[in-house]
Design a protein. Sequence first.
Length: 325
Amino acid sequence: MSEKNGIIIAYVLAGGGRGTEIEGWNEVSAAWRGAAPVWLHLHLDNPEARAWLEEDSGLDSIAAESLYIEDPRPRCDLLGEGLIAALRGVNLNPGADPEEMVSIRLWVDGRHAVSVRRQKLLAVNDIRDEIARGEGPDSTAEFLAALAARMVRRMGPVLTELDDRTDALEDALLTAPGREVRTRLANIRREAIALRRYIAPQREAMARLLSLAVPWIGAADKSRLREVADQITRYVEDLDAIRERAAVMQDEVGTRLSEQINRNMYLLSLTAAVFLPLGLITGLLGVNVGGVPGEGVSWAFFALCGVLVAVAAIEIWLFRTMKLL
């Protein structure tokens, strides 16, 4: 379907997992007033879509405005007989980072479901493909549960990949803790924090949805939504575990760097301690005044070198005796 008029996907849910695709605002308006459940997926920035929602859909002004909130926090609230919801899914669009999550705004009641987005969300395409195969939702409540489930399913591989990278980083930390490891560690922490920022509020939104008394959400759909909420809770716990593991590794990296710096400073201090008396001796003999011992004696230089070697050897012996080396 063309998105020029703001309609990305539009279906009348015909039952049996199938749907009848509709095009154009005239067909949409007719289906909207009909008895069968309708799902509309609209583009956020299209003026035609906004005009239809505000003027022809019959939605409450608060409900219509909620679909256009910029960068909404995941939420779910009851307004009259319908639900206002905002959910987020991982960004799997080409060239995008998964932690730059895509938001989708929803208005759902017993017969109407409107979803609005700016960026593509693959979970929506999953539902469209299921309708084409005759395996789609039969009601708006099923649509809501299916969308939430598909969004959570898409999160799974992203979190698994992040966990695998954390495991690999732990192995790399044991073998070669270098600058590359520190950079990868910082990236993992950044991604985990960004994902948790949106997934944790989504857990709260799903818990809120389950607590609401919505007459058109049946027991089966509520059970599916409860499974989604449980899965989101597990994902949040996984992200917390990844963050804690990354913090422990960062502490380990910091400890190793501190030990390395202390060891280097210690060696520099010992080196300075060895050369300090040697420098004192050569400094005294190098003054440009009369009476310097050995001046004019041919073997005096070699004798001085022997004395310096002997002093250095005595110092090293003392350091070893005192277990400083």
